[in-house]
Ligand binder design. Sequence first.
Ligand code: AMP
Length: 264
Amino acid sequence: MLQRLLLRCPNWISPPLPTSHQLLPPSSKTPLFSWIPPAPAPPAGQPSSSRSHNSRPALRSLSCTSAGGGAGTESQPLQQHQGMAAQDEKDPRLARISSSIRVIPDFPKKGILFQDITTLLLDTKAFKDTIDLFVDRYKGKKISVVAGIEARGFIFGPPIALAIGAKFVPMRKPKKLPGEVISEEYSLEYGKDAMEMHVGAVQAGERALVIDDLIATGGTLCAAIRLLERVGVHVVECACVIELPELKGRERLGDKPLFVLVNG
Ligand code: AMP
């Protein structure tokens, strides 16, 4: 895998990914990914950046906006704070999840701080805690569809779907699905992309959870919501491991509830 990554990014000089036994508990003083140089100190009088290159930021408000009651059933809506990952900011699971995500500067292109969840997957406890937090929130909420967005929504979606007794529906990039599809276009920074879903994978009236690894501008999640709603599915909530709050993707979702575990 490392070889493949190096091929894709020949200038990347990071050492190999740590194995799970090398991942340190969040309480350790040693930075998890110490090979990434520290961010320069800000000029005097200026606040330091919320993101640094050598470590993830301290957990800020772990957010869950659940306008309209979040994932609760119609008869039993969740309270605003019920089931929030942020309910207890001292929950050690959240700190561990946050510190297990690696941040790679300038990948895949200059200026992007890439939130690499592959290191979270190496930490068996952080990975399990991630799934458990989602499952705790969505079990018993009559969700029959977990719609995972290609590609990293395919990592988190299936274990959640299995645990809550829902089917998993892949929302794929164009021309990947073999059957008849419906498609939804969305805008990227440069140009357009599209997302496809098999016709017949979902039925009108079903209740869906949309899952991806990260929300940035929110365009991807919006496309998934539109696609599902076009065929009469009720999107109960969107869920991501990471939110980049500066990009205000949450606002783009309007009143559609969004649940995230950590901020990037
Ligand atoms: P957006 O549509 O702008 O919310 O972008 C979200 C999608 O792009 C998700 O599928 C993410 O996996 C990916 N993405 C965007 N920005 C990043 C980032 N900084 N690090 C990792 N993935 C990202």
